[in-house]
Structure formats: C-alpha cells, structure tokens
Design a protein around this ligand. Structure first.
Ligand code: URA
Length: 435
C-alpha cells in the first residue's frame, strides 16, 4: 500500500477502506508517513469529507494507536465529559466536583489551552500546589477513594491524535467535522469511561460556527460512541459569547468556585446543571433528568459541591483554603477598563477575539512551549442584549504587563458590537442529541 495512492483516491472524493485508514494512521504514528503527506491528506479530507464508515474507522485507528486506559478496577459506572472548546469554558472545574459529590465516578483526562481556547489543566494549576501530574496508579486510587481525579493527558493515550491535531492546527484543517469527531472520540474511547457526555460548542468562539454544523458533529460523535458500546449523549451549547463573565485561568477558577458556592452566572449554572444531570442519570445515580437536576441544585446551594472541590484539590497537592476561603484566590492586581463609546445594546461579542485578548495578556499560549501567567485575564461586565450608556464599563482586564494590556484592551474593545436595537436573547442550551 502507498500513501500516494490514498492521496489520489481522497483527492477525487473516493472513500478509504478501514485497512487503508489503519495503514495511514499506523504509518503516521510511527513516522514512516511524513507530515507533508499527512497535511495533503487532511486538506483533501477538508474538501472531500469522509463517510460515516470512514470517520468511524479513523476514530478506532487513532484510539488503537496507543494504550487504552483500564478503569475496570474502579467500582461503579465511570462517566466522562468533553467539550469541543470555547472561551471562558470553565465547565469541568465545577462539573466534576458537582457530579462526583452525588456519587458519579469521574476519571478525567484534560488538556492545556492552545490558541484562543483555554485548558482545564492550566486553570487548575492556578491553585497553589495543585498538580495534574499523577501516575495511572494514583489516578485510579483517587477516583476510587474520593470519586474524582483530573490529570493531564498522557502521551500514550491516542498518540496519533496528538500528532495529527498539532498538524491540523498549523494547516488550517481543524474545523472539519470528521476530523473533529474522530479526534474527540478516539481520546474518549481510549480514556476508558463507560458513558460520555459531550458539550458541542456553537458560535463565534467555536470550531463549529453555525447550529447545523454543530448538530451534525454532535450526531456523528454520538453515533461513534454508541457503536463502540459507550452510552453517549451530546448537548449543543452557545459559544456566540463567552460562557459566564470570566476569561483567563485563576479568574475562571474563582467564577467556578462562586458557582460551587451556589452563586455564579446564570448561563454557567444552567450549563453545569444540564450536563451534570445527564451524567448523573448515565452514571446510574438518578432515575431521570429532572430528579438529577434537583439533586445537583441542592449540592450547589448547600455547599456540598464546594466541599468536594476542596477534597479534590487537597488530594492533588493543592491548598484547599484557596477553595474554602472566598477571596483568597486572586487575579492580577492591575486593572484596566474597556468602556462603551455610545449608547445602545450589546448586539454581539466576538468570542474568539475575547479569547485572543486573554491570550495577549499572557493567559494563553501561541506556541506549545510558551509559559502562561495564570493571574491575568478579564471579566466581562456586560453581555449580549444588555443595555449600555456611553462610558459604562464593558469589561475589565487584569494584567501584569502594561504593554500587553494596551494591546489586549484594543482587541477587547473591538470585540464588543453595540447596536441601536436589542438583539434576540441568547439561550445557553441550543439542542441535544440523545444517545
Ligand atoms: N477538540 C479536540 O479534541 N479535537 C478537535 O479536533 C477539536 C476540538
């Protein structure tokens, strides 16, 4: 078999066989197929697409490119969650302690941020002492003991995806349905959970900008999950404006902690209750969605979810007083405001640009090796549909470097679109694909 022939076939819109896909993924993982041929293939796939069969075969080939986790030593149903990535997406920080506080077992591997989207691992590392570097043995022992653990993704898990994702990132081929579906699901299948809840983001800060594309992606991933014998359920959620008000690292942890204390932004609370209720049902802890939702609301409002967060932070070497003492975790001390230049309504917020402003402050990475500043970030004061008067503060930047702050401020100012008429209200949950 030759990669050249597979390129010819895909270039003309042909469907690759399972055997051809395995040959390609094995060769790329081992390095016998070079980046330039794989780049040509991802671009051919971008234009020609893949059939469901090809997408499924690609997922399984990537899943099998490394070691799969064996979570069978952990008692109970293990439930995983994955987001396709967004701005201000602090869901895992609050969701994992929330659902594990009612007995759902959460064994989660998470990533770092790249580009305008943040990563759970970076956010958690803004808590002093917290470590996401666990051995597999520690990880499994912790899930069995306190019901949850979050660690950085190991190099052995779906290495083909790791390599291919890095290549797609620099060849403008990330936003292709089959490539995203196979990338997400290969990791989820290798990570070993029995059930998977997917948060498929849709809008200006997501890879899928329109609802139809996000729904098609959600359907594809649910199909792959079910085919592989995992209970899989997807929600399509709004990413046309940042989730909640906080964007950054420490500042997002602070917002997640407020929410675990029973407060927090309404859109964020609604999202974690929705995803959490589904995880609770799939995890066999509640009989139906509504009773699961009521159970989780109680955990938030009684402080039990916050206590579970403190237990989790302590188990991974962090100082739990940063969780329990409100106001102890702080963002950078210097602030700069972005103000409205006219009267009107917030008609739209360019979500990717808000993410870029946080990155420019030093809160994200342009290159993998970049070191981030977890204290910097921004807090929106206004969101879509809010009325504003000239001079109102739209957002506040928290910074450590004045030059970076000036650049980020200009970017953030341009991200807000003020209109004369109020736009239609945004809903956080846009749709769902049942498993
Ligand atoms: N998240 C992933 O894990 N993979 C993609 O391709 C896109 C988002």
């Amino acid at each position: 078999m030759r990669m050249y022939d597979l390129l010819e076939k895909k270039k003309h819109g042909g469907a690759l066989s399972g055997e051809e896909i395995r040959f390609m993924i094995d060769g790329y993982t081992k390095g016998t197929i070079p980046d330039y041929q794989m780049s040509a293939m991802t671009m051919a796939i971008y234009f020609q697409g893949m059939t469901d069969q090809e997408t499924g075969d690609l997922t399984l080939a990537m899943r099998d490119s490394g070691a799969a986790l064996d979570l069978s030593g952990i008692k109970g149903i293990k439930v995983d969650k994955h987001s396709t990535g967004g701005v201000g997406d602090k869901v895992s920080l609050a969701l994992a302690p929330l659902v594990s506080s009612v007995g759902v077992k959460v064994a989660k591997m998470s990533g770092r941020g790249l580009g305008h989207t943040g990563g759970t691992i970076d956010k958690l590392e803004s808590i002093p002492g917290f470590s996401t570097e666990l051995t597999m043995e520690q990880f499994i022992r912790q899930v069995d003991g306190i019901g949850m653990a979050i660690m950085g993704q190991t190099a052995e898990l779906a290495p083909a995806d790791k390599k291919l994702y890095a290549l797609r990132d620099v060849t403008a081929t990330v936003d292709q349905l089959s490539l995203i579906a196979s990338s997400v699901m290969s990791k989820k299948l290798a990570a070993g959970a029995d059930a998977i809840v997917l948060d498929v983001k849709c809008g200006s800060g997501a890879f899928m900008r329109d609802f139809d594309g996000a729904q098609a992606l959600a359907k594809e991933m649910v199909k792959i999950g079910k085919h592989a014998g995992r209970k899989t359920w997807a929600y399509i959620t709004d990413m046309d404006q940042p989730l909640g008000y906080a964007v950054g690292n420490a500042i997002e942890v602070i917002e997640a902690l407020d929410t675990l204390r029973g407060g927090g932004p309404a859109d964020f609370r609604k999202l974690i209750l929705t995803l959490g209720a589904r995880m609770t049902v799939l995890g066999g802890v509640a009989a139906d969605f509504d009773s699961a939702c009521a159970l989780l609301e109680k955990q938030l409002d009684s402080g039990k979810a916050l206590q579970q967060m403190a237990r989790f932070v302590q188990a991974q070497g962090g100082d739990p007083s940063y969780v329990l003492e409100e106001g102890k975790l702080k963002p950078a001390a210097n602030t700069l405001a972005v103000k409205a230049d006219r009267n009107g309504y917030i008609g739209a917020i360019d979500c990717a640009e808000v993410g870029m402003a946080s990155l420019l402050l030093g809160g994200g990475r342009e290159k993998k090796e970049d070191v981030i500043d977890t204290a910097v970030g921004l807090r929106l004061h206004k969101k879509c549909t809010d009325a504003v008067q000239e001079g109102d503060v739209l957002a506040e930047l928290y910074y450590n470097d004045g030059q970076k702050a000036a650049e980020a401020r200009a970017r953030l100012q341009a991200a807000f679109h003020i209109t004369e008429k109020a736009p239609e209200a945004h809903h956080i949950i846009l749709g769902e694909v049942e498993g």
